[in-house]
Design a binder for this molecule. Structure first.
Ligand code: PLP
Length: 389
């Protein structure tokens, strides 16, 4: 391992902590990204795919019933309505279009909840790229339908049996594949994690969420104003950064809801910002769970021991407050949004809804914007085991 640091640092977090053979392909990717992604031609192609394939713009919805119940105006950014059922498609389209231009004909990806794997399989099929997905066996079991979807769209799914059979183990396996196949393969990282340029690249591809929401909020709320608070769940952190980025210079308070599992003070959670330490993992310097903590969340997409380095920075400088939302709190919010609004959120997104409810109850914010990052269809089996209806 080398500890060479590169651009893409966030106040000392981030960088590029990878073995030497990965430096050059990452340099090439960073160069391709810097040269191509900002061109009008690429942006037009990307925006066109976001509209015609993914279904953007997504609505901003005033959740009136929930708002009435808790006494704050709660708005949902409906990323759950995107093709595939989650925000993941935004980033997948951006990276796959870039990979194709860079002459790569194979995509690999890791996935936890399966949403990123499904989105990668979708863009692989769309653009005619061979696609291979790594998924921990534990996750493949609880998200069996997503595994089937990926296979249906022609992707090969590798169930990873090492370690805890979760997302972190899938990342390790994907990194090994990437190191062995750098010439023809693009590693389509699914969140704002990993070595540079991934955290800034994925953020830029996801920032369409906040850009749209910022405009829509001003129209919908008719105040010409911004929401008092923006709330999102944080696994790796891509939907959260995607929401926050457009509001970074506005007076909008940011709240991140991590996977609190059995409680951030327990030995089973996935909340490295609420309770963790500085360390390096998967090529980046960031916040990581303490050694004696077992990574756990009821939602597979939040079940990750690290977090994107930009969140580590936002946490360190106090720009965003991160809280571990427990499995129980998330499940209650999952049920509550279903009952009050007729919208079944993904278990990941339910963490953000739970945090928004807490904030509304605290009474310090009049308007709260929540990123509803995905829909709950994939979580029906988990929910059916928890609730007797
Ligand atoms: C619906 C949904 N929301 C959130 C996440 C967490 O990812 P991130 O923190 O990168 O947005 C996932 C991950 O699979 C997801 O499927």
């Amino acid at each position: 391992m080398t500890d060479r640091e590169s651009p893409g640092e966030f106040e000392g977090y981030g960088g590029r902590y990878v073995p030497e053979p990965l430096q050059e392909p990452l340099d090439q990717l960073a160069a391709a990204y810097d040269e191509v992604a900002s061109t009008d031609e690429f942006q037009a192609d990307f925006r066109d795919h976001l509209e015609s394939f993914a279904g953007r713009p997504t609505p901003l919805y005033h959740a009136k019933n929930l708002s009435e119940r808790y006494g704050a105006a709660i708005y949902l950014k409906r990323e759950d309505l995107l093709h595939g059922g989650a925000h993941k498609i935004n980033n997948c389209l951006g990276q796959a279009l870039l990979a194709k231009r860079a002459g790569r004909d194979r995509l690999i990806a890791e996935t936890g909840a399966g949403q990123h794997g499904v989105a990668t399989a979708m863009v692989g099929a769309l653009l005619g790229l061979e696609t291979e997905i790594y998924m921990g066996k534990k996750d493949a079991k609880r998200q069996a339908m997503n595994v089937f979807r990926m296979r249906l769209m022609g992707a090969e799914v590798n169930e990873v049996t090492r370690g805890g059979e979760g997302l972190a183990d899938a990342v390790d396996a994907a990194l090994e594949d990437f190191a062995a196949n750098v010439d023809d393969t693009h590693y389509l990282v699914g969140s704002v994690v990993g070595p540079d340029p991934f955290p800034r690249m994925v953020r830029d591809f996801q920032s369409v969420i906040g850009e749209e929401a910022r405009e829509q909020f001003q129209e919908l709320a008719r105040t010409g104003d911004f929401p008092d608070a923006a709330v999102a769940c944080v696994g790796g952190g891509s939907n959260a950064i995607g929401l926050f980025h457009a509001f970074r210079d506005d007076s909008v308070d940011f709240y991140g809801a991590e996977g609190g599992g059995e409680g951030a003070d327990s030995s089973r959670h996935a909340a490295p910002l609420a309770k963790g330490q500085d360390d390096t993992i998967h090529g980046m310097k960031t916040r990581v769970l303490d050694d004696d903590v077992e990574v756990h969340s009821v939602s597979a997409g939040l079940d990750y021991p690290g977090v994107g380095p930009e969140h580590a920075m936002l946490n360190a400088v106090g720009r965003c407050e991160y809280t571990g939302i427990t499995d129980e709190e998330a499940l209650a919010a999952f049920r509550e949004l279903s009952e009050t609004e007729g919208i079944i959120p993904a278990l990941e997104s339910s963490h953000a809804v739970a945090r928004a409810i807490q904030l509304a109850e605290d009474g310090e914010h009049e308007t709260i914007l929540v990123n509803l990052s995905g829909r709950g269809d994939k979580d029906m089996e988990t929910a059916a085991e928890k609730f007797e209806l």
